[in-house]
Ligand binder design. Structure first.
Ligand code: AMP
Length: 501
């Protein structure tokens, strides 16, 4: 199996009659031939709707067949731009405009805020699955054939939180995704016998590349529930004969809490469990291995790397708790502030190189100048390499709140709070949380009386739930350093000792 040049080639990696997708709730199984048929039909429908190379197809869909077929079809006819269905009206407006979306695909009765944000600006089309499990764009014209994309075409555009409140646009090319999927398949020795359960949302690289594209490249099957449900998770694992799954520590901890000390039926079929997108505490890893009886491999991924950069290896090679493992087909270095590569054992910024790494942010020369040094991409994470090349992450240089793998730019929350008429000063920060890893909190100085509840309500109106501060401290002054700067970490320490955990 060679590295495909583009995503449509993936669809031909496996024998036509082999199962590609299992929808556990609907009891539907799709073969590779059926998946191909659906994807190419939708790519042609998009072309007939006027979508050509580079045109952005925004989607607002829950996990399921529509999300996978529309992602593949959009990346063939144009560029897929999947959006988080949890966004609020203002967030949809921003993303639709920022991506220059040419079309928006939604479920027939869903996504009211996305639909209203698109009104008068972006044509909206409904997408639905019929009883036989065929997903199509309703009322789409016919007549045009979608051309096959080149390896350099942008397959997927996603956003990452920046140091400003404005997210950066990440154009991921077919060749980037193909290289990343190849690395993942090789590292975990995925084959056509593997069955992956997709527990992560299909609007992030974790769910799209690690669970979905890598499985298609290996010719295996992907089980796609509509959302993560700890109550039915193991039943699905057992019934569908799942051999591995990938998730964030928040999901692992919910599964552990339910399992108690008993190995869930179905877990015996797992070759390994993968953890990525947020730090996995070594105690959680040990407990998972003890209860689930499968090796737990922590990996390190990011959008700009089309997901995976490092991962602990499968046994008999050593997996090291607290480490994210060596680079997986990706060169990993440690750099100082001046751009010098540091020696093994020295702490600095994690930098990477490889064909999975994007060429640069879109239309953002300032971010590109900051993020690329001597051909290395600066991740904004801090770490250290050991003598065997295993990376341990030791901190973050970039300002991010990592809530169960969802990244939140605190500046975006500051900016929203500052637009409130009663707020004179605002600072958002992350506080430790036992299930989410980190949770969002904020401190505000008021210019007129206002309750915490009213400010929380205001945030809920404008921000997706995961971004909303769960606690707002109303303070007289925001603590500053001697030079008058606000340091979020220091504010968090001073104020958040009593935050809800
Ligand atoms: P995203 O672009 O949403 O995938 O987020 C990428 C960021 O997630 C990285 O730059 C890290 O800060 C964080 N991250 C990913 N994997 C891990 C991990 N295993 N441990 C700690 N942080 C992680």
């Amino acid at each position: 199996m060679s590295t495909p040049k583009n995503l449509p080639e993936l669809l031909y990696a496996a024998p036509s009659d082999r199962t590609a997708i299992i929808l556990p709730e609907a009891g539907i199984r799709l073969s590779y031939a059926q998946l191909r048929d659906q994807v190419m039909t939708m790519a042609d429908a998009l072309a007939s709707l006027g979508i050509g190379p580079g045109d952005r197809v925004a989607t607002v869909l829950p996990n399921g067949l529509a999300a996978i077929v529309s992602f593949l079809a959009a990346s063939i006819a144009g560029t897929a731009a999947p959006l988080n269905p949890g966004y609020r009206h203002d967030e949809f407006s921003f993303y639709l405009e920022d991506t220059s979306a040419k079309i928006l695909l939604c479920p027939p009765d869903g996504a009211p805020e996305a639909r209203s944000a698109a009104e008068g600006k972006v044509p909206v089309h409904s997408i639905d699955m019929d009883a036989s499990g065929f997903v199509r764009i309703l009322d789409a014209p016919k007549g045009r054939k979608s051309p096959s994309p080149s390896p350099d075409d942008v397959a997927l555009v996603l956003h990452t939180s920046g140091s400003t409140g404005r997210p950066k646009r990440v154009p991921i090319r077919h060749r980037n995704i193909a290289a990343s999927a190849r690395n993942i398949v090789d590292h975990y020795a995925l084959t056509g016998d593997d069955v992956a359960l997709c527990a992560m949302p299909l609007f992030h690289v974790h769910g799209l590349v690690a669970s979905t594209i890598s499985t298609l490249l290996a010719g295996g099957a992907i089980v796609v529930p509509s959302k993560f449900n700890p109550l039915s998770f193991w039943r699905t694992v057992r019934d569908c004969r799942v051999t591995w799954y990938s998730a964030v520590p928040t999901i692992h901890s919910l599964l552990l809490a339910r399992a108690g000390d008993e190995r869930p039926a179905g877990a015996e079929g797992l070759r390994f469990i993968r953890s990525c997108s947020a730090a996995l505490p070594p105690e959680m890893m040990a407990k998972m291995e003890q209860v689930f009886g499968a090796p737990v491999l922590e990996a390190y991924g990011m959008t700009e790397a089309s997901h995976q950069m490092c991962s602990n290896p499968r046994p008999p090679a050593a997996r090291k708790p607290g480490s994210v493992g060596p680079g997986t087909g990706v060169k990993v270095g440690i750099m100082d502030d001046l751009g010098n590569l540091l020696a093994q054992g020295e702490r600095g910024e994690v930098v990477i190189q490889g064909p999975n790494v994007v060429d640069g942010y879109e239309n953002n020369p300032e971010a590109n100048a900051k993020s690329f040094t001597n051909g290395w991409f600066r991740t904004g994470d801090q770490g250290v390499l050991d003598a065997e090349g295993y990376l341990t992450l030791t901190g973050r240089i970039k300002e991010l709140i990592n809530r169960g793998g969802e990244k939140i730019a605190p500046r975006e929350i500051d900016e929203l709070l500052l637009k409130h008429p009663a707020v004179a000063e605002a600072v958002a920060f992350g506080v430790p949380h036992k299930t989410w890893g980190e949770e969002v909190a904020a401190a505000v100085v008021l210019r007129e009386p206002q309750s915490e509840a009213a400010i929380l309500g205001y945030c809920k109106e404008h921000l997706a739930d995961f971004k909303c501060p769960k606690q707002v401290f109303i303070v007289k002054t925001i603590p500053r350093t001697a030079t008058g700067k606000i340091q979020r970490g220091a504010v968090a320490k001073e104020l958040a000792a009593g935050a809800k955990g």
